[in-house]
Structure formats: C-alpha cells, structure tokens
Design a protein around this ligand. Structure first.
Ligand code: PLP
Length: 452
C-alpha cells in the first residue's frame, strides 16, 4: 500500500478494465463448481509475506477462481432465485466501493442516505404504506426478517410493561409452513417459537387459520408473518384476511416479500397483494427481482420510531450520532457499519425510470405463464401448479430423485442451463425461477427438450 503511485494507478486501471469487460460480456459463461482438492491444486497459495502482485492475483481470479463460480446472471441460471442486475446497478456498485461512504449514519452519509430514502419512500408508497413509513437497506432478507421480528417483540414487550402485564413464558411467531427458512432462523436466533400453519389447498395462508392460531396462543404471539411470494412456488398469502385478524388483535404483521413483493409493482398484479398496506413491517430484496447486484434488502417499517427504540446501539463513542436529528439507518436494524447498499438500486431506478422496472418484472411473469402452457402441452411433463409469479414447478412423469439429479448435472455440464430439482410434499419436482430479462422462451424450450 503506497500513496498515489504508478503502481496504484495500474492496479485501479487493471481492475476497472476487468470489471468493464465482465459487465459488458455478451456471452456470459455459466461455469461450474470445482471440488476443493482440485481448487487447492489449481489455485496456488496467493497470500504470502510480499504478495504476488495485482496482475498475478487478477489473473488468478479471472482464469481460475471466477470460472469456479456460477454466473447467477447467466440467462440459463434458473435455480433458487437468479440475479439479473441492470447494467446501471452493476456499474454503480463500483462507485459505491470507490466512494468510501459510511452508510450507517446521517452525519457521515447524508447524501447517500437521502437517495436511499427516496427509493424506500417510493417502495413504501407502492406497497400502500403511509408517508411516515421508513426503513433501511440491510444485507439480505434474512437480516431484514430478523430485524423486523426483533422490533415486533420489542414493541410487544413495551406494551406489556405499559399495561402492567407479564411477558409470556415463550414468545411465538405465526407463519405458514411454506414461509422461508429465514423465519425459522430468526426465531432460533431470538429463541422464540414458530407456530407453523399448513397452508390451505390453494397453498396460501388465510386469515381463518391465523384466527384459530391466535385463539390458541393469544398474548404470546409477537407477530404474524405473511409471505408475499413463497420462494418455492411464488405463492402470495391471503394478506388481506390475515391483516384483518392482526388488526383486530393488535398483533404485528410482517410481510416477507423478499422475492415476490416486486410483483406488486405490476399494476395488474396488485389485487393479489391486497392487505400489504396494513403491514407493520415489510421486506423486499433488490438483489432478487429488482435488478440490483448482491446484496441488498429493503426493510420498511410502518412506524420507524418503533424500530429505532428496538435497534439503536448505545456506546459513548456513538452518542454524537444517536443525538443527531435525522434517523440513522443503523438504528433501524441488526447492524452498525453499513455499506450504502441501496445506492445501486437508486441509480438504476433513476436511470431507467420506474416504468421500465414494471415492464421487466411483468416480462418475467408472462414468460413463466408461457412456460407453464408449454409444459402442459408436452407429453411426459406435468405442472404441479399454475404459476402466479415467475416460478414454475413441474414434474417429468416417472422420474425418481436420482433421475432428476443426473439430468440436472448433465444440463449444467452442457453449460446451457442450471436447474436443480426441488421437492413438494415429499415428491421430487423441477423448479424454474425466471428473473432475468435475458432469459428467452427459446432457451426455456431447449431446457424442456432435454427432458424428452
Ligand atoms: C430469499 C428469501 C429470503 C432470504 O433472503 P436473503 O436475501 O437470501 O437473506 C427470505 N424470504 C423469502 C421469501 C425469500 O425468498
């Protein structure tokens, strides 16, 4: 590390040149994971007392390490939830890195926080939350869900104290059995219990089931979690009827829309999300369906002052910050130091406009519907259910889990697509998630052809 030297200039130039090439690749390789022994052999020790130099390290990354990572923005990456950062978002992420912005406090990052807040306010209004809603961009949906539930418990405890009531022996969170694993993870971290409700035949959690669970667990319930787009199927819970119950009982409603809430930006999809406007907290991940790079989760609170009370960290050296007028992003979640990770989304939205976002999300929904129709047309394939968002789950009749695994491996080895099997009610199934505007109908048909 030196002051600005020729060496520093060369390092920055080389890294930016690499980034430029990668960001503008037309034919993104899908790539393959490499076993640990093999990587140990082909990626020799690079951490040495005198360093190996930027050029050698960059070559090692480009030639050996990067090809051992799947490109989640490849149009054939159809597993889990793919990523499809826009060029604007991807490029701006470099600026965030170059700018050394501390995004945790208003004092240090006012400009960045202002821009992030504009995005959060726009999302809040799209979701029907009041103008006083606010929040913060955190690392991902897992941290967003945890932070929201911690705020919910804090609110429930304060209310008990105000009303002279004792806290329950065990706090409980009500959620659908189809809710994301991060809800169970948050409950484990908080040491609270999950009341998991099997969804109805339509796959959704309804208010009637929540009402029964509340009747059983009463004051021990710190929050109800509704999922706006399950990860496995893209199913949106019946949020309106759930919200009726939570409002009647004064229970915190958290909406986990990490993947699927982006769908609400499409006008014709809005009715499916009715009730979100009653949420006390909401999350949506820009790194999923809002075309931003890893990693970011927009966490919104109906009343941010509740989150502030639950999350503000106190320390003498932080006192100047916590006494500042404007809210500090770090005071709204489980975190302190924070990258201004909402800025790539801000730049992308500012660049393209919200209409283009709505259109790109609608395209994924339409493509999933077309794929479902194609699956129904093809003999030997059957849909497990009609897609509501951009996840299509189906089966190849007669195949066992081993058949699916072997097929999936062959498909990845062919470098055409990455589709891993999933399961539903114990049955192995195939699951295709579409996020990337570059994923084409032709490519999806090619994948189906390999199942013949
Ligand atoms: C992906 C996902 C999460 C977790 O988000 P991360 O950003 O991966 O931590 C939570 N809930 C749902 C519904 C998800 O799809």
């Amino acid at each position: 590390m030196h002051a600005l030297s020729d060496e520093s200039r060369a390092i920055v130039d080389d890294v930016l040149a690499y980034s430029r090439r990668r960001a503008l690749w037309e034919d993104i390789p899908l790539d393959l994971p490499v076993p640990p022994e093999e990587l140990a052999r082909i990626a020799p020790m690079s951490i040495t007392p005198s360093g190996i130099g930027a050029q050698e390290a960059l070559a090692l990354f480009g030639d050996v390490l990067a090809p051992a990572c799947l490109s989640t923005d490849h149009p054939g990456y159809l597993s889990f939830i793919p990523s499809a950062p826009s060029k604007a978002a991807m490029a701006f992420d470099l600026i965030v890195s170059a700018s050394s912005i501390y995004g945790g406090s208003w004092l240090e990052g006012a400009g960045a926080v202002h821009a992030e807040n504009e995005v959060l306010a726009w999302l809040a209004s799209e979701f029907g939350l009041p103008g006083t809603a606010g929040g913060v961009f955190v690392q991902g949906g897992t941290i967003g869900n945890l932070s929201a539930l911690v705020a919910a418990r804090d609110a429930a405890r304060r209310r008990n104290r105000e009303q002279g009531r004792r806290d329950p022996a065990r706090w409980k969170v009500i959620a659908s059995a189809e809710s994301h694993a991060s809800i169970a993870s948050a409950a484990a971290v908080m040491d609270v219990d999950i009341v998991g409700i099997r969804p109805d035949a339509d796959g959704r959690l309804h208010g009637s089931a929540v009402r029964k669970a509340v009747a059983t667990h009463g004051d021990a319930v710190l929050a109800v979690v509704a999922t706006a787009g399950t990860t496995n199927f893209g199913i949106i819970d019946d949020i309106a009827s759930i919200a009726e119950v939570t409002r009647h009982h004064g229970i915190w409603l958290h909406v986990d829309g990490a993947y699927g809430l982006a769908g609400m930006l499409v006008e014709r999809m809005r009715p499916a999300y009715a009730g979100v406007e009653h949420a006390d907290s909401v999350i949506v991940d820009p790194h999923k369906w809002l075309f931003a790079p890893f990693d970011a989760c927009a966490l919104l609170y109906r009343d941010p002052s509740i989150a502030l009370r639950a999350h503000t960290q106190h320390a003498e050296y932080l006192d100047t910050l916590t006494s500042a007028v404007a809210a500090n992003p770090s005071d709204l979640a489980v975190q302190l130091t924070r990258r201004a990770r909402g800025l790539p989304l801000w730049f992308s939205l500012a660049t393209y406009g919200t209409d283009e976002y709505r259109a790109a999300i609608a395209q994924g929904i339409d493509l999933a519907a077309r794929l479902a129709e194609e699956i129904e047309r093809r003999p030997g394939l059957s849909l497990v259910r009609r897609p509501q968002l951009s996840v299509v789950v189906f089966r190849r009749d007669g195949w066992t889990a081993e058949d699916y695994d072997a097929w999936s491996e062959r498909l990845l080895a062919s470098q055409r697509a990455f589709v891993v099997p999933s399961s539903h009610d114990g049955e192995p199934v195939l699951r295709i998630a579409i996020i990337n505007p570059l994923t084409s109908y032709a490519l999806l048909c090619e994948v189906l052809d390999t199942l013949a």
